[in-house]
Every structure is written in C-alpha cells, then in structure tokens.
Design a protein around this ligand. Structure first.
Ligand code: ATP
Ligand code: MG
Length: 259
C-alpha cells in the first residue's frame, strides 16, 4: 500500500487528507482505521483521539510530534496494546488487534513490541538488571539467554556497571537509559518510544538516538514521540497532532498536506 487516506470524521470542516507515503517503504505493519479514544471520567468525557486513519510501514522510522495533551501518549498506548481504542480497527502485522482480550494483547506485546515510556515505568523494587530481564522472563526465555540479552542491552546504554542498583538510586537520565535497555533487550520488531530523549542531556540523547537508529537499520519499525526537532528529522515520515487529530504530515523534510 503506497497511500493512506485520512478523514477527519469528528470535524466535518476539516478537509479530507490524502497522504502519499514514501515509495521506498513497503507493507503497512501498523494500520489504523477510524481509531478514536475517549476517556470517561467523573467530570464527563475527555476526547483524546478523534478518529484517525494512517499506517506505518514495516521498517519505517515514524515520528509523532504535537503540543502537550494532543494525544501522542494515548496513540502510543493503543499502538502498544496497552489500551484499546473506543472505536476503529487496528491491524498489526496483518492481525486485527483492537479488541483482543488482555491475555492475547500481553502475548503479542511481549513478542513483538518494545516500549520506552515517557515516565520510564521501571519497577521500583527490582534492580536495574531485573527490570531489563523481566520482559524476557514473560516471554519464557531461558535464564542464560535472558542474561546475555539483558547484559548486552545494558552495555549498549552504558549502564552495565549499575546492574544491582534500584531505580530510586539512579538519576532521571540513567533511569531512562535502563528503560531503553529494557525495550532493546527483546529485539522487538516494533519499538514505540514516548519522548525517549526527553530527560537526557544532549550526549545521552544522541546515544539513545543512535541505538534507535541501529535497531531501525536492523529492520525494526520505530514510532517515536518527540518534542525535539533535531530528532524528528530522523523520521521517514512524521505526523503533527493537534487536539487528537493529524494536522500535518511530513515525508522526509518536506510538508505535503494540511488539514
Ligand atoms: N486516563 C485518562 N483519563 C482521562 N483523560 C486522560 C487520560 N489519559 C489522557 N487523558 C487526556 O487525554 C488527552 C491526551 O493525553 P496524552 O497523554 O495522550 O497527551 P500527550 O500528547 O502525550 O501530552 P504530553 O506531551 O504532555 O505528554 C489529554 O487531554 C489528557 O488529559
Ligand atoms: Mg505524552
């Protein structure tokens, strides 16, 4: 599929948007159709994502930008099967996954998806090593394989000397590096990264970006949320979100369409 059509269903005034994707990219590993998310709270409904249609090709480096509260983390949570959409369909590697039960979602997540969270989400009473090893344990990998993969990932992020420390004993940037190691250790086919450089100084930020690019060169699909224009330029395509909608799409460096 070489094109995706975005229809801003929740906003009748918005123009229909046709986006021609990078011809070099191949099959859509991720395809969303009419995906929306509304949170129900005591104070009423909070629309977080308006119906979205787009795809991310297998092996594509895709970036999501936009102001605080526009729905970036919500979108990543849905892509990472941590949350279900209120409506719409989500196809991951050819399988419909929008409405799977918790167990099946967890199984696919463990096998396919690495997640770097905006707020690290390290487990406070596990050590650095145990945090990185945990997803591999869920996958049922043998102890020796877990150790090799976890130590390799910790070495890559420069944290192999802190394996026995707990997250509370690390700086924010170090915790982020451990979170990156945890995501990389399972060699995911899809990596979802929510502001992976947001808490890092420029040297560590560059180091994390190099790791993501290395994973990408190895064939992984990357979807990264970032506020940092320097890193957004790594993308083959990027979307700019506004109020839960796609407001603008860029292919490479050039903006192509506006809604
Ligand atoms: N669990 C929740 N319950 C109710 N509303 C929520 C919940 N999670 C997110 N929201 C709302 O959904 C909207 C989108 O939130 P989201 O976290 O996706 O934004 P974001 O683009 O990631 O912002 P930031 O750049 O600050 O991280 C916001 O209005 C937020 O208040
Ligand atoms: Mg967010």
């Amino acid at each position: 599929m070489n094109s995706v059509t975005k229809t801003s269903g929740a906003n009748p005034s918005a123009a229909h948007l046709r986006v021609v994707s990078d011809r070099a990219a191949g099959t859509p590993g991720i395809a969303l159709s009419g995906v929306s998310k509304t949170y129900r709270t005591r104070d009423g409904e909070v629309p977080s994502l308006r119906p979205l249609d787009f795809h991310i090709n297998t092996g594509e480096f895709f970036v999501v930008v936009g102001p605080s509260g526009c729905g970036k983390s919500t979108l990543l949570a849905i892509l990472g099967l941590l949350d279900s959409p209120t409506s719409g369909t989500y196809t991951l590697n050819g399988h419909s996954v929008a409405n799977l039960n918790l167990k099946d979602r967890a199984r696919i997540r463990n096998r396919e998806i690495g997640f770097i969270f905006q707020a690290f989400n390290l487990i406070g009473d596990l050590t650095v090593y145990e945090n990185v090893e945990l997803p591999l344990t869920y996958r049922g990998e043998a102890a020796a394989d877990r150790k090799k993969a976890a130590m390799e990932a910790l070495e890559k992020v420069g944290m192999s000397h802190r394996t026995k420390h707990y997250p509370s004993q690390l700086s924010g940037g170090q915790q982020q590096r451990v979170a990156v190691a945890r995501a990389l250790a399972g060699k995911p086919s899809v990596l979802l990264a929510d502001e992976p450089t947001g808490n890092l100084d420029s040297i560590n930020g560059e180091a994390v970006m190099s790791l993501l690019q290395e994973l990408h060169r190895g064939g992984a699909t990357i979807c990264m949320v970032t506020h940092d224009q320097r890193y957004a330029s790594c993308a083959q395509r990027s979307i700019h979100m506004l109020d839960g909608r796609i407001a603008n799409v860029k292919i490479g460096a050039a903006a192509t369409t506006h809604a």
